[in-house]
Design a binder for this molecule. Structure first.
Ligand SMILES: [Ca+2]
Length: 458
C-alpha cells in the first residue's frame, strides 16, 4: 500500500549513514514533507584561540566550563583533535572547505576567502535543502557582508571588538553595544526559535577568546585568587630546540586570567543554545559540534606565546560532538581527527555527498571505533606581515612521533619528538643516533603526504 520509502524512518537513515556511505542516495529523503524530520539539524560552534585543555572536561585545574562538560558527558570528547594550520584565517577556511591551506589558498591572515571554485559545507547543505545561518566572526576576506551559502547572516569585519560592533545583519548595518559573545548568542537563540520547516545548519563563530582578552563585566573578578603558572616545564631541553616564538607578554598572568574569564561567557553561550534547543524540543534532533580554530601557548617551551608553531599546545584543539543517535554519551575518541574533517562529517550527517575536493575524512567512523588515520601533515606559512617573524613550518604527526622541519630557514634545526614517552615535547631526538631510522621514515612520510595533498608553497 504505502511505498516503502515512506516508512524509511530516521533509524534506518542513521544506519545507512553509519555504513559510511556518504554519497548514498537515501530513498526516504526524496519524499517531500518527510524530508525535514529525517535529517538532523546541525550546529557548529567555533571558538577562537581556545586551547584544547581550556575546558574542565579536558582536565583544566581551575577553569569551570559546565556546559562544555555537559556536551562531553552527553556526547564525544575528542582527545586528539588537531588543526592542519595553527592560524585563524587558514584554519577557518579549512573547516569550511575540508581542504588544506595550500589547497584553499588562504595561506595566512591576509584578508582573503577560500578559492571560490572549492565548495564549502554551508553551500552544499543549503543546496541540499538546509536553512543555513552564519553568526559571528568570519575573518577571512575583510568584510562583514553576507557570504555565499547562508540564508541568514550576522557578522562584523575582521577581528571585531568585544564591546561595540557594527554588525551586518542580512545586509543591514546594526550598531551593537552588547558584549559580543552575548550578542552573537542573542542572534543564535533568535534563529533557533524560528519555526523551521526544513532542517537548519547554524554556524556560530565566536570572537572569544582572541586577544586582547576582555571578559564580560560580570566575569571581571572571577578567578582573582587563583595563582597563575607558566606552562613552561623546567625539564625542557631548550638548547636542542630552534629558538623562535619565545615571547611572553609582560602581563602574562593577567592575560591568562582574562583569557579564562572570557571563556566563561562562551560556556554560558553554549548553555543558552542547549536550553533553547530543549525548550524547542529539538535537542536530540540536532547534531552539535563544538571546536576551537587553533591552540594557544601559555608559556610552554621557554615562554612561547601565541600559536603558529607545531608543538601540541598550538596545534591541538578542543572538539566535542553531541548527537545521541550516533555519538554515544560519555564516549572518548583517541583517533587523530582534524579541522579538515569537519566538512565531510557534517555532509555525511546530512546524507549529502562529499565532493572530491575535500581532503579530510568524516569522523563518524572513528567514533564507532574504526581505525583512523596513521599520520597527518601540518603546515604553517611565514606571513607577509613582518610583525610575525615566524618561519614556515612543515610537520608530520603520527600516534607515536612528531617530525618538524623549517624548509625555508636552513639554520633552524629539525625536531623529532616521541609523543608516547615525551608528550610534552621536552627532548628533541633529531640528533639521537638511535632515532636515525625513525627520522628517515618520517621524512618519507612527509614527502608522501605532500604528494598526496598536492602540496605547494604560496
Ligand atoms: Ca584563532
Amino acid at each position: 500500500m504505502s511505498a516503502p520509502a515512506l516508512k524509511y524512518n530516521r533509524r534506518d537513515f542513521l544506519k545507512s549513514v553509519g555504513l559510511g556511505a556518504a554519497s548514498l542516495s537515501i530513498p526516504g529523503c526524496v519524499v517531500g514533507g518527510e524530508r525535514a524530520a529525517r535529517r538532523p539539524n546541525i550546529i557548529f560552534i567555533l571558538t577562537d584561540d581556545q586551547r584544547y585543555d581550556a575546558m574542565s572536561c579536558a582536565g583544566h585545574p581551575w577553569l569551570k566550563t559546565p556546559n562544555m562538560d555537559r556536551l562531553a558527558e552527553e556526547g564525544v570528547l575528542f582527545n586528539n583533535a588537531f588543526v592542519t594550520t595553527s592560524l585563524c584565517s587558514p584554519s577557518r577556511a579549512s573547516f569550511l572547505t575540508g581542504c588544506y591551506a595550500h589547497t584553499h589558498e588562504v595561506f595566512m591572515n591576509n584578508g582573503r576567502d577560500p578559492n571560490p571554485s572549492i565548495p564549502t559545507f554551508p553551500q552544499l547543505l543549503r543546496k541540499a535543502g538546509y536553512q543555513t545561518a552564519f553568526i559571528g566572526k568570519w575573518h577571512m576576506a575583510r568584510t562583514n557582508s553576507p557570504q555565499p551559502g547562508f540564508d541568514h547572516w550576522v557578522s562584523f569585519s575582521g577581528q571585531g571588538r568585544y564591546d561595540k560592533n557594527k554588525l551586518n545583519v542580512d545586509g543591514e548595518i546594526v550598531q551593537s553595544e552588547v558584549y559580543i559573545t552575548d550578542e552573537l548568542t542573542n542572534y543564535a537563540v533568535r534563529f533557533l526559535r524560528r519555526k523551521h520547516d526544513r532542517p537548519f545548519m547554524l554556524y556560530l563563530s565566536h570572537k572569544a577568546v582572541h586577544a586582547p582578552f576582555k571578559p564580560a563585566e560580570r566575569h571581571e573578578n572571577l578567578y582573582s585568587d587563583i595563582e597563575i603558572k607558566s606552562q613552561h616545564n623546567p625539564n625542557d631541553n631548550l638548547a636542542a630546540k630552534p629558538e623562535w616564538g619565545r615571547k611572553m607578554d609582560k602581563n602574562w598572568k593577567s592575560q591568562i586570567r582574562n583569557y579564562m574569564r572570557s571563556l566563561v561567557a562562551v560556556d554560558e553561550s553554549l548553555g543558552r543554545v542547549l536550553e533553547t534547543l530543549e525548550a524547542e524540543n529539538i535537542l536530540d534532533d540536532t547534531a552539535i559540534v563544538f571546536a576551537g580554530d587553533n591552540g594557544y601557548f601559555h608559556g610552554e617551551h621557554g615562554g612561547m606565546w601565541d600559536k603558529r608553531a607545531a608543538y601540541e599546545p598550538s596545534i591541538r584543539i578542543p572538539l566535542l560532538m553531541r548527537y545521541p543517535p550516533l555519538a554515544r554519551p560519555g564516549a572518548r575518541c583517541d583517533a587523530m581527527v582534524l579541522n579538515i574533517d569537519l566538512a565531510p562529517t557534517l555532509l555525511e550527517l546530512a546524507g549529502v555527498g562529499v565532493p572530491g575536493t575535500m581532503q579530510g575524512q568524516s569522523w563518524l567512523g572513528v567514533i564507532k571505533g574504526r581505525p583512523g588515520r596513521e599520520s597527518f601533515l601540518y603546515e604553517y606559512f611565514q606571513e607577509v606581515d613582518r610583525k610575525y617573524k615566524r618561519p614556515t613550518v612543515l610537520a608530520v604527526r603520527t600516534k607515536q612521533w612528531k617530525y618538524v622541519t623549517y624548509p625555508l630557514a636552513g639554520k633552524l634545526t629539525d625536531e623529532l619528538y616521541d609523543m608516547k614517552n615525551d608528550p610534552q615535547e621536552l627532548n628533541n631526538l633529531i640528533g639521537n643516533a638511535g632515532c636515525a631510522d625513525v627520522v628517515e621514515q618520517m621524512k618519507k612520510e612527509l614527502e608522501r603526504l605532500k604528494r598526496k595533498t598536492n602540496f605547494r608553497f604560496p
